[in-house]
Design a protein around this ligand. Structure first.
Ligand code: FES
Ligand SMILES: [Fe+2]
Length: 365
């Protein structure tokens, strides 16, 4: 990786794809297409949250995925369980947002569910002579926990899990959850993902954040299955030139942007990373769920303080960069609505975006 980056720096080059990708604008503006994409999300195993958001027994994350309210909880036996977040009485959601509970108690009439989903208590139960507690637990959803990520496959068959095998371990062991954040963006979910998958816009868009410390249009692009990893080096990587090659490490000297097909991004920063799930709410509206993870502080007081500082810096850096991205992405949405373009052209620098669209085309037929 370092060698490839040095070659690009020396030759003023970047990784190139083999072909231009033209994506019809209709694919961003058609409700039928969005419905098919949501259906694809339901039939695939997709990241729901990082395991670190469910670190302790009773920790939960409740949110909608592809329009369906779900809740992931850390059960007593240590496994992550995911349920449809709907009370079996009259459907109210048993918890919202994220937090920690020993029992999930529905806020409407108080039906109570254990962390494994079993119905434990019905207040004034005599009024429900026909309810069988054994068959009235929360409805489970197929899920998998692999390398620090909890995946759900709402309507997925088990064979749908096999594409996960190509995903490398991304989350380091010595990390913890720092922050959970949620924000709505007025743009199609694909426009947003696209903004993370190329380095061609660093100079123009990220004038205050990435450009001063990175490079103009310099990325290494790798693929694994339908997924990609786009690597953005920092200028500090130059320091490695004076070191023997055995000591070269990209640690802290690059940002990796992983695209986990179809709608998840993981971006790494020095001492922290963020897992971002982009939930389509409509053709022009996307909810961004962000889980910020940071390295666990260790060592002397001074070292711990330096680490906390570094994570705060990474967090601010990522947030400001995201604001810059959101501006252009919402503008691109308005541009799609203007009727100027029948298709969007993704050039040779933007091959990871072509891979997203090719993957969707393949999956949707
Ligand atoms: S809807 Fe949940 S207890 Fe009535
Ligand atoms: Fe960007």
């Amino acid at each position: 990786m370092v060698r490839r980056i040095f070659d690009h720096i020396d030759n003023k080059t970047t990784d190139l794809g083999t072909e231009t990708w033209n994506e019809p604008v209709a694919n961003y503006r058609s409700q039928a297409r969005l419905d098919a994409e949501l259906d694809l999300i339901k039939h695939s195993f997709v990241v729901f949250c990082p395991s670190l958001a469910l670190a302790k027994t009773g920790d939960y994350v409740a949110r909608s995925a592809a329009g369906v309210p779900l809740i992931a909880v850390r059960a007593e036996d240590g496994t992550a369980k995911v349920f449809r977040n709907a009370c079996r009485h009259r459907g109210v959601q048993v918890a919202e947002g994220h937090g920690c509970k020993r029992v999930l108690v529905c806020p409407y009439h108080g039906w109570a569910y254990a962390l494994d989903g079993q119905l434990k208590n019905i207040p004034h139960g005599g009024g429900f002579p026909e309810v069988d507690a054994k068959t009235s637990g929360l409805v489970p959803v197929p899920s998998k926990e692999i390398d620090g990520l909890v995946y759900v496959g709402q309507e997925a068959s088990d064979s749908a899990a096999s594409p996960l095998e190509v995903i490398p371990k991304i989350i380091p062991d010595n990390y913890e959850l720092v922050e959970v954040d949620e924000m709505d963006v007025d743009a199609n979910w694909k426009l947003y993902i696209e903004s993370a998958l190329e380095g061609y816009h660093i100079r123009s868009t990220h004038t205050q954040t990435f450009f001063p410390v990175q490079y103009d249009n310099l990325t290494v692009v790798e693929r694994f299955g339908a997924n990609s990893r786009v690597t953005f080096p920092y200028q500090t990587i130059e320091k490695l030139r004076n070191k023997p090659q055995e000591e070269w490490s990209t640690d802290g000297r690059v940002t990796h942007a992983y695209h986990l097909f179809p709608n998840v991004l993981v971006s790494t920063f020095p001492n922290c990373l963020q897992v971002v799930v982009l939930e389509p709410l409509g053709l022009e509206r996307t909810r961004q769920h962000t889980y910020l993870l940071g390295r666990v502080a260790e060592g002397t007081d001074e070292e711990r303080k330096a680490l906390t500082e570094s994570i705060l810096q990474g967090q601010a850096f990522a947030k400001t960069g995201a604001i810059e991205d959101r501006e252009v992405v919402m503008s691109a949405q308005q541009g799609l609505n203007s009727g100027a373009n029948d298709q969007l052209t993704f050039g040779l620098f933007e091959s990871a975006i072509g891979r997203l669209h090719a993957g969707l085309q393949r999956a949707l037929g």
